[in-house]
Design a binder for this molecule. Structure first.
Ligand code: DGJ
Length: 722
């Protein structure tokens, strides 16, 4: 990996192990994008640096392909930055000023500064590359060096340009859905015009996640698949209102595709005072010519090494128990103790108490905001329960939803002004709750103190941080008129600051991001939480689709899933305990059923399966993921995880609704060493030994799984391993 300034070209060449990204200073002193794709043998191979021109550059006016475009002049596509100056000038012309290459502990960085041609407004464009991943990070910092304020109306982390597809086309893949069906894979051809992916809900949202991939579709119509094809992809680290727009124009004759990602300009405004700066979220992006499988593996590795908090990366994520589904708000010491005893017998490592332990929280109509233990449910506080959980050999975890408040709470009666609201307007409730305005420093301080003392006074190893509604009426009457629209960003920063302070004060605690299921999953929250809840839909079959989409963009290390009761409470589907386990074992494993009602033989099965999971979880959490058969394509789904040194793998095969008479597929493995001999166990027969080549070329057949909702887990180990 390297970042080089090429003086002859007045350009920067950013190279990772397999990819390159190039931009430079044009004749009129603007920054032009030149190239993003495979790493090429010579600097002069790159468009803009040798004989090849960049097709995006149409004329000397700098139309299109501006590395970071201010809105102004003849620029009609999505600008990276739009501002209004104090004298009402709304034209921003950014020209090159200087650059700096920075060497960090495990990264190399580049900072290129541009400034307006007239006003003392600077923008610092930052880029970062790491030795062990092909992912590049970029963001922008807007600095007001003048003595009058500047109003920011749109601020992107950056704009990315794809090579012109010529006779071919691009296809967009994105992850979208709703409560109970998050992260579903959507694909659509890119045509002239603009497609916007976004959240206007104040949190990342259950509807869409800030991730995209664009693959090249050849003139014959074939695009990338799991193993081959060019894919350009990226993810934005922002847990508030975000936007990713993909725009194709044909000006003047070549198709040009650009992607902008950053803070959603909808209802946004930032009053940038003199000498202040504004930093955009980080956009992490990459390229591969090895299809969508490689996209995921690159992103997983990057997240496991550079995004997730370092503290717990060397330890496996624990098997947890959570009683939310069976018990709901009825969290009583007596029943929790019984559940804990059973959970411990199954091999659970972390016992979690969910919603209902505090205030007057007997249902979702009251108590949110009052973070003191309910005396009727836990008469002597959390202490005795925590001690008991510890005596059973488990850690203790607790649920909170700090940003929310029920109007029926002591906190709201005391501070009705702490929620978002507009004067003389209704405060719309959702799940009977309102949202605290974390833009307010007093609210942040209050929450820090409450949570800090909760963690100070109780031996808590994990916090599940929930967020169960979207923002409405985003008013902050006390703020200055020109700062009213800053709430969207300020509250997201407030959430980050609060979490960062708590992490620092309590470094032994691990954190989960949850938001009515998967409503707050993005690279911003993943920088400060160790795991996420992907969906409230815990049906093991539905989950396969959710997990398929989730793992396209995000690491299985952080993806938790629970084994719950059958028939499932949502869709009434009946599945075996083994099927439920296999579906949940493909990420972080939890158990969330009414285990007091499980018969002894199920407890024994659960214990055995938890034991099996502990043997393979290092592969699932840190290995290379291969989606072998998609649940979208037939009656079987198969996913494998291979250790980076290829010495060990695990394969999950699950059937869906089988149709009688259809052939049982032969599942060909991927990512193994062809010449290595592997011992293969768990096929319903005794262990066999086969070469990697046989497993990958010929594959394995699963005749014994020829019925609905059958499943198996196969362990594959190089025979040289003990
Ligand atoms: C929504 C979460 O997704 C659930 O797991 C549970 O914690 C409830 N909130 C509690 O209110």
């Amino acid at each position: 990996m390297s970042i080089t300034y090429l003086a002859d070209n007045n350009a920067w060449l950013i190279e990772t192990t397999s990819t390159a990204y190039v931009f430079g200073v044009s004749e009129n002193n603007s920054l032009f994008h030149y190239y993003w794709g495979s790493r090429l043998p010579h600097a002069s191979d790159y468009p803009g640096l040798g004989p090849l021109k960049n097709q995006h550059i149409y004329d000397k006016g700098g139309i299109a392909a501006l590395e970071y475009a201010g809105w102004g002049g003849l620029n009609f596509t999505e600008p990276a930055l739009k501002v209004t100056f104090a004298d009402n000038v709304r034209d921003l012309v950014l020209v090159y000023q200087d650059y700096k290459i920075v060497n960090g502990k495990d990264f190399t960085g580049l900072e290129v500064t541009v400034k307006d041609t007239y006003f003392p407004l600077q923008v610092k464009l930052s880029y970062r590359v790491f030795a062990d991943t092909d992912i590049i990070e970029r963001w922008a910092t807007v600095i007001n060096q003048g003595d009058t304020p500047v109003r920011i109306e749109q601020a992107m982390a950056g704009t990315l340009f794809l090579p012109s597809p010529g006779e071919g086309n691009y296809r967009l893949t994105h992850l979208a859905g709703r409560w109970g069906a998050e992260f579903l894979l959507n694909q659509m051809p890119i045509t002239d015009g603009k497609k916007t992916l976004e959240s206007r809900r104040g949190h990342t949202s259950n509807q869409a996640t800030p991730w995209f991939a664009l693959d090249y579709v050849q003139p014959s119509g074939s695009g990338a698949d799991e193993d081959q094809g060019q894919v350009w992809f990226g993810a934005l680290g922002w847990s508030g209102n975000w936007v990713i727009s993909v725009e194709q124009t044909t000006y003047p004759v070549v198709k040009s595709v650009q992607i902008s990602a950053g803070i959603n300009p909808f209802d946004f405004g930032w009053h940038l005072k003199p000498l202040q700066s504004f930093k955009t979220p980080v956009l992490s992006f990459g390229y591969t010519n090895q299809g969508f499988g490689e996209v995921s593996r690159l992103l997983h590795r990057y997240q496991n090494r550079h995004i997730l908090p370092a503290k717990f990366l060397d330890t496996p994520r624990p098997v947890l128990y959570n009683s939310w589904e069976p018990i709901r708000f009825d969290v009583r010491e007596e029943s929790q103790i019984k559940l804990a005893e059973r959970a411990a017998r199954m091999g659970v490592e972390l016992f979690v108490v969910d919603d209902g332990w505090f205030g007057a929280r007997d249902n979702d109509r009251a108590g949110l905001g009052d973070w003191t233990v309910s005396p009727s449910k836990l008469p002597e506080g959390l202490g005795p329960l925590i001690n008991y959980v510890h005596s059973l050999g488990m850690q203790f975890g607790l649920w909170v939803e700090p940003e929310m408040i029920n109007p029926d709470s002591d906190l709201y009666r005391e501070h009705p002004d702490w929620v978002y609201h507009f004067p003389n307007r209704a405060r719309t409730e959702s799940r009977n709750q309102l949202v605290l305005n974390l833009s307010r420093l007093d609210v942040q301080e209050y929450l820090f103190n409450v949570l800090d003392s909760l963690l100070e006074n109780n031996d808590i190893a994990y916090i599940k941080w929930d967020y169960n509604r979207s923002v409405s009426e985003p008013g902050w009457p006390e703020a200055a008129p020109e700062e009213q629209r800053e709430v969207w960003v300020r509250s997201t920063l407030g959430f980050y600051t609060l979490l960062d302070r708590l992490r620092e004060a309590h470094p032994g605690v691990s954190w989960e991001s949850c938001s009515s299921g998967g409503g707050r999953v993005d690279l911003g929250v993943l920088r400060r939480t160790d795991q996420v809840w992907t969906s409230d839909n815990t049906d093991p079959y539905d989950r396969l689709f959710i997990q398929e989409g989730y793992t396209l963009g995000y690491t299985p290390r952080a993806m938790y899933s629970w084994v719950v009761d059958s028939p499932h409470w949502l869709g009434k589907r009946e599945t075996s305990l083994a099927y439920r386990f296999h579906s949940s074992m493909m990420g972080g494993l939890g158990i969330g059923g009414h285990i007091l009602n499980w018969p002894e033989e199920e407890i024994a099965t659960a214990r055995e399966m938890v034991g099996q999971y502990k043997q393979i979880r290092h592969l699932v959490q840190d290995g290379l993921l291969y989606r072998l058969l998609s649940p979208r394509h037939g009656s079987y789904t198969a996913v494998s995880y291979v250790r980076e040194d290829r010495q060990e793998a695990v394969l999950f095969v699950l059937t869906l609704g089988r149709r009688l008479g259809l052939a049982v597929p032969r599942i060909r493995l991927k990512g193994l060493e062809p010449a290595t001999l592997y011992r293969v166990g768990g096929l319903g027969t005794s262990q066999i030994t086969l070469s990697g080549a046989a497993l990958m070329e010929h594959g394995l057949s699963f005749e014994h799984l020829a019925y609905d909702f059958a499943s198996t887990m196969v362990q594959i180990k190089a025979s040289a391993m003990s």
